[in-house]
Design a protein around this ligand. Structure first.
Ligand code: 0O2
Length: 221
């Protein structure tokens, strides 16, 4: 019966999307653990904030159309790897690679793909560290390996990307040349700021280390 078929299809979509939600929940817990432990060990927090999102069914459909893959759940799962997305914002560039290393060392995570737009920024100036990871999700009747796209960036990179995203959509993708030029300049300024902040951060960290060593020394004497 068509009504029954529609009900079953709706149920399948909900379960399909739930799988991605569970993958995100698990990753967010992992990040929270890393954050708390790192704060305890180093008295410093490399993560400013995290934001997760599930791609809307409409945007999944558009991407299937663009990629030309089949409208079946296994095909969507195999071809669309950013249905679940997690964005991690850090203060400093070195934190980005530190988080990447911490995630890379987790045995239940498989790194499927890495795109380093910090080493190789996009021509428009976009910078961010992207990775696709696969995480096992255990459900009542099965286990699935689920892909999540993780974007790690600094506050300055995030600031730039959100403005660029707004402008891109406002002009319906046909952004005037002057704005594109100014956006590229703004991306260069963001890079300069990130580098300067990193340098200052390192300087402060080494002063802190020296002070700690002095304290140990005076305690010994
Ligand atoms: P949304 O709404 O953020 O999800 P692929 O996914 O591999 O088919 P692509 O473009 O090769 O496509 O993936 P890539 O380069 O890893 O980029 C995917 C995501 O990065 C985008 O997702 C954006 O979130 C972000 N991104 C990439 N380039 C830019 C850019 O030039 N400006 C901004 N602001 N963000 C960018 P979606 O699906 O486009 O959108």
């Amino acid at each position: 019966h068509p009504i029954e078929q529609i009900k079953r299809f709706k149920n399948d979509i909900t379960r399909f999307m739930m799988m991605y939600k569970f993958a995100l929940d698990q990753l967010e817990t992992k990040i929270e653990i890393l954050k708390e432990e790192f704060q305890y060990l180093h008295d410093y927090n490399p993560i400013e904030h995290t934001k997760s999102r599930l791609k809307s069914p409409e945007s999944i459909m558009n991407k299937i159309g663009r990629k030309g893959c089949d409208f079946t759940f296994p095909s969507i799962k195999a071809h669309i790897k950013d249905i679940a997305g997690l964005r991690i914002t850090c203060s400093f560039i070195s934190d980005i690679y530190r988080i990447f290393d911490m995630l890379r060392n987790q045995r239940d995570l498989t790194i499927v793909e890495v795109k380093d737009y910090i080493e190789n920024p996009k021509p428009n100036g976009y910078q961010s560290f992207h990775m696709i990871v696969e995480i096992p999700v255990y459900m009542s009747d099965r286990q699935e390996a689920v892909c999540v796209e993780i974007q790690i960036r600094t506050i300055a990179m995030d600031f730039w990307a959100s403005l660029e995203h707004k402008i891109f959509y406002k002009y319906n993708e046909a952004v005037p040349a002057r704005l594109l030029r100014e956006l590229k300049e703004a991306a260069d300024s963001a890079t300069a700021l990130d580098r300067k902040m990193e340098r200052l951060h390192k300087e402060i960290e080494s002063i802190k280390e020296e002070q700690a060593e002095d304290e140990v020394e005076s305690f010994r004497r």
